[in-house]
Design a protein. Structure first.
Length: 150
């Protein structure tokens, strides 16, 4: 498998390559790659392999959950004090969610999808999905546009 294949698989799994999601979090929260690995609960080498596409999938659902929470925090960071951001990072690091419900997974996936574009971009993509005969995908994109609107 090539790196490009791995990055495409990450896009399918997470909505974007992990390098893009990691860059969003690092830039938005002012984290180093090492600090990001620490908050996620991954080793620095494992995070590096994921970001470079040498590995495709995050094996631990709790780490995926923490990544989603960091993406959420990135969107909120502008309205928080630096101390509040630091406290939230510590809370996220300690989270050990019980991931048993499909509703939680669906909500997280929807928030992630909503974070990948503006409402107009998501609706435009939904129209393209409808045209391609992907009605279920179009429906999810329209739901994500609603989530993105708030």
């Amino acid at each position: 498998m090539t790196t490009d294949d791995a990055l495409e698989q990450q896009r399918a799994l997470y909505g974007a390559p992990l390098s893009e999601l990691g860059a969003t979090v690092r830039t938005g929260l002012g984290l180093t790659q090492g600090r990001l690995a620490e908050v996620l609960g991954l080793s620095a080498p494992m995070l590096s392999q994921l970001l470079s596409g040498q590995r495709v999938k995050i094996g631990n659902p709790a780490v995926v959950h923490r990544l989603q929470r960091l993406l959420d925090l990135t969107r909120e960071a502008g309205s928080l004090t630096p101390d509040e951001v630091i406290a939230r990072l510590a809370t996220i690091r300690e989270e050990q969610p019980t991931l048993t419900g499909a509703a939680h997974d669906t909500d997280s996936a929807m928030r992630l999808l909503a974070s990948l574009g503006t409402p107009d971009q998501l609706l435009s993509t939904a129209a393209a999905a409808d045209s391609a005969g992907a009605a279920r995908l179009a429906e999810q994109l329209r739901r994500a546009a609603g989530v993105a609107r708030g």
